[in-house]
Write a protein that binds this ligand. Structure first.
Ligand code: HEM
Length: 530
């Protein structure tokens, strides 16, 4: 009797186990099928078509950028990287999605770029109406694409502020090299961009260059945080988990922090409070412009800190990589120096003016080529298709699919830039300008290159500032110094987590002796304020 009961129970248990297993297999199979059917028109690695595991694995390994480039090579200009995510390197699709009246909107990728859980900023605002209201407030005149935001018109001292920071950078390199020390150009490039941006945002530079120090350990802390940010952007479930109130209270940046992003929020709070006080005097700078155009106190705080996140790593990468390409291509370096010599009388000292730099075609070609071969921002920046789906450039994109990009493979398209698109060759821009085709080729190249700053309703708000920095920095570096790489085997350490984390770009700098005005007379007199 007992034995009979036991065998009955065992049979029962086996039946339950089998049924559970069958249900799990069925559930998994149906889920994978449902996942697959969300976007069957667009092909990609099988794991990516049925689950988020492919994207998760690639992002945690820090290989998302290379992996997306490889799937685009394999599957064509639209490839699937998750059940409801695809990646593209097609400039027509990318331009279309960000056009002012496009029905595509910002996707979940942007959610983690919210710095304050109670307030979306211009980057993280996904509601198109609210986003355009915010952008219009931040822009002079509120033009549709708002390209004149942060421009010299809104901040009259912008150019002279950048000139002062260029002088600080030259002084720092001069001092280090006079002491016989190698200089880390990866660090110096970001000290420069952070000093420019902290001055624009908070009235005075934090003095990264003058102190030769990572003030608030901002660079170190942001580098640590970018890996998580990329993971949360690519995998919404991780973002939901990290953005819970408890997690934010425990680990989120707080204005009371002594270091990192939180410390920046603290400075932003203090400076904005002063500026928005009832008796505060109006000023002709970035915060003055924010206030004039109706940004609330909280919005101004958020936008001030967002600039640092959006504009310091990106511009620093553009400086580092273009510098490295010029330094390691002797023919390019020689042509650039010849251009500087030929235009010696038209180049202001100690710092070239932006309008003068725009008249130097070879310098401009180097800047364009650096941005092209190594686009500074590499996150997916996905835009969601309208619910009914849409056909763009001959490809149907089903509804509610997030389309991200891979700027590096977009900027190396051979049919646009030539068979040697992989190479840093500034002359391609000069050659395209000389073609007798009514500017067709050059126009296409410039339009495609422009996308490194985004486009239309989502275009970069800091493009004018970034280009002004680039106009000046290479003239200052290569006119003042001879450079040589310290480590020719590994000239720079570089990892990509949406932005490029770069360090250890050690060079030996030797001051050139040229009959120029003394730098010390023109060096910055702006006080540090941290
Ligand atoms: C070489 C340097 C830079 C590059 C390549 C770059 C590129 C970009 C890109 C690709 C976007 C996103 C476009 C999209 O969502 O589709 C963007 C947005 C943005 N950038 Fe930049 N950027 C640079 C420098 C700067 C600087 C210096 C600042 C600030 C002073 C800045 C502020 C912003 C802001 C506020 C946004 C959000 C715009 C919006 O969604 O309305 N950027 N940038």
């Amino acid at each position: 009797m007992y034995i009979h009961m036991m065998s009955d129970l065992q049979a029962h248990a086996s039946l339950i186990a089998l049924s559970t297993l069958t249900l799990v297999v069925l559930y998994t199979g149906v889920s994978l099928l449902i996942n697959y059917r969300r976007c069957p028109q667009i092909k990609g690695p099988w794991l990516a078509c049925v689950s988020e595991l492919w994207l998760f694995r690639s992002t945690t390994a820090g290989r998302m950028y290379e992996d997306c480039s490889a799937v685009l090579d394999q599957y064509g200009s639209l490839a699937r990287i998750a059940p409801n995510k695809v990646v593209t390197n097609d400039p027509v699709i990318w331009t279309h999605m960000s056009a002012p009246r496009s029905k595509f909107t910002k996707g979940t990728w942007y959610d983690p770029t919210t710095l304050d859980p109670n307030q979306r900023n211009s980057l993280s605002q996904r509601d198109d109406k609210l986003h355009s209201v915010l952008r219009a407030k931040m822009a002079k005149g509120g033009s549709e694409t708002n390209d004149d935001k942060y421009s010299g018109k809104e901040i009259p001292a912008l150019e002279s502020n950048i000139d002062d920071r260029i002088n600080d950078m030259v002084v720092l390199i001069k001092n280090e090299s006079a002491a016989g020390k190698p200089v880390d150009m990866a660090k110096i490039a970001q000290f420069f961009t952070l000093d420019v941006l902290t001055q624009i945002a908070f009235e005075a530079p934090f003095g990264y260059l003058t102190k030769n120090d990572d003030v608030f350990q901002y660079i170190q802390k942001v580098q640590e945080f970018l890996h998580i940010l990329e993971l949360a952007s690519n995998i919404p479930a991780i973002h939901r988990m990290l953005s819970s109130r408890i997690m934010l209270r425990l680990f989120g940046p707080k204005p009371t922090d002594k270091l990192g992003m939180g410390a920046m929020l603290g400075v932003a709070q203090r400076v904005v409070n002063e500026r928005y006080a009832p008796d505060a005097k109006a000023k002709d700078d970035m915060l003055g412009s924010f206030k004039r155009h109706g940004l609330s106190k909280d919005e101004a705080e958020n936008e001030a800190v967002l600039q640092l996140l959006g504009g310091s790593d990106s511009t620093a990468t553009a400086i580092r990589m273009t510098f490295l390409f010029i330094l390691t291509n002797p023919d390019v370096h020689t042509k650039l120096m010849s251009e500087f010599s030929a235009h010696r009388d038209q180049i202001s000292t100690p710092v070239i003016k932006s309008v003068e730099a725009r008249e130097l075609p070879y310098l401009q070609s180097c800047i364009k080529e650096g941005l092209r071969v190594f686009p500074p921002l590499a996150g997916l920046q996905g835009k969601v298709s309208p619910p009914e789906g849409e056909t763009v450039n001959g490809r149907f994109i089903p509804g509610n699919v997030e389309v991200g990009w891979n700027p590096m493979s977009m900027q190396r398209r051979r049919e646009i830039y030539g068979e040697d698109a992989e190479m840093f060759r500034p002359d391609r821009w000069i050659e395209a300008a000389a073609l007798e085709d009514d500017g067709a080729k050059l126009g296409l190249m410039e339009k495609t290159l422009g996308l490194v700053f985004g486009h239309g309703k989502y275009g970069c708000l800091g493009k004018t500032i970034a280009l002004m920095e680039l106009d000046k920095v290479f003239v200052a570096l290569f006119q003042n110094f001879n450079f040589a790489l310290v480590d020719v085997v590994r000239p720079v350490r570089t990892f990509c987590h949406g932005a490029h984390l770069q360090s250890d770009m050690w060079v030996r700098a030797t001051k050139k002796h040229r009959p120029r005005r003394s730098l010390s007379k023109h060096a910055s007199r702006t006080p540090s304020k941290t």
